[in-house]
Design a protein around this ligand. Structure first.
Ligand SMILES: NC(=O)c1ccc[n+]([C@@H]2O[C@H](COP(=O)([O-])OP(=O)(O)OC[C@H]3O[C@@H](n4cnc5c(N)ncnc54)[C@H](O)[C@@H]3O)[C@@H](O)[C@H]2O)c1
Length: 293
């Protein structure tokens, strides 16, 4: 006798169970469901750092997967031209999805809690959170690293990520449907970037990896999943500060990757759609990392 079922797919019958049901019932209509598992139809999400770069790319991926509304949080009072064009593109997709913008500093815990509650009040649900806001400072010797600069990096990359996850998680708990929280860490959280003096960044990202495992254990019983995504080198405004000023780094960084090149922001769309969706309902406390060999 198999043990009693502890959970059921929202798309059940699915997979081999569907095949067996089809074999037993000639009226059962077979239907491919693999892409249905990735659908975010009617879901609501928050993306910090969503004004540009990886955050904006990920927000668009959620919209293309059918999310009802994705709220991008970032520092500028008004969104970038790139964000506005992306919002217009989402509108033209015609799938009912909306991209929204709010100016919020992720270091402000209360502001994030309040804004997430406001979104919860308006939308009546909260399903996805991507904490992508982050900063990287210039090369700074670890032995004389200034206290304030170290705190500044941790304030955004570690504390800010926690506050964003709290804000969305509180709403997920409120509505009781579970949810998916994705914290953007970095390969720099587990490897070191030789020849780059980035002790604050590396430390801040390492903390995010353990934060996610910790939160995953606390929130698992509420079906709130918490995972980390740790990209390798990708050309964005953050890395442009290095690559544009020191073009030789492109060859160096490319040679460190097994694929012999740096990544594109759009190459994170698949993993984000997977982690945000019901295609990954048994994944929590995990890190999805693109690291050096
Ligand atoms: N680009 C890469 O190669 C790479 C690799 C690994 C990890 N990451 C991480 O991915 C995330 C996105 O980085 P990106 O490459 O798109 O860089 P980016 O600089 O283009 O984007 C970061 C965004 O975070 C926002 N932000 C910074 N401080 C903030 C604050 N206090 N409150 C709200 N928003 C704030 C910025 O305004 C910006 O829009 C970061 O966490 C970064 O550390 C990037």
């Amino acid at each position: 006798m198999p043990p009693p079922a502890q959970s059921v797919s929202p798309l059940a019958p699915i997979g081999v169970s569907a095949a067996l049901e089809a074999a037993a019932n000639p009226n059962f209509q077979p239907k491919a469901k693999i892409f249905d598992e990735f659908a975010l139809t009617d879901r609501v999400g928050i993306v910090s750092g969503g004004n540009r770069g990886l955050g904006l790319e990920m927000a668009l991926a959620l919209c293309e997967a059918g999310a009802r509304a994705v709220y991008c949080w970032d520092l500028p009072a008004e969104p970038s031209d790139e964000w506005v064009k992306t919002r217009d593109y989402v509108t033209k997709l015609g799938n009912g999805s909306r991209l929204e913008y709010a100016s919020i500093d992720v270091r402000d815990q209360q502001a994030q809690w309040d804004k997430a509650k406001e979104i919860g009040d308006k939308e009546g649900r909260m399903d996805v959170c991507i904490a992508a806001a982050g900063i990287l400072k210039t090369h700074t010797d670890c032995l004389t690293y200034p206290a304030q600069q170290f705190k500044d990096v941790l304030d955004v990359n570690t504390h800010g990520v926690l506050f964003t996850a709290q804000a969305a998680g509180q709403q997920m708990r409120r509505f009781g449907h579970g949810g998916s929280i994705i914290l953007i860490a970095s390969m720099s959280g587990s490897i070191t970037n030789k020849d780059h003096a980035w002790v604050s960044y590396n430390s801040s990202k390492s903390a995010v990896l353990q934060m996610a495992r910790s939160m995953a254990c606390e929130l698992g019983p509420e079906r709130i999943r918490v995972n980390t995504l740790s990209p390798g080198h990708i050309y964005t405004s953050m890395t442009a500060a290095y690559l544009d000023a020191q073009p030789h780094l492109l060859e160096k960084w490319s040679s460190l990757n097994p694929l012999g090149r740096i990544g594109r922001p759009d190459e994170l769309r698949g993993v984000i759609a997977w982690l945000a969706s019901d295609a990954s309902t048994f994944c929590t406390g995990s890190e999805y990392v693109s690291r050096f060999p």
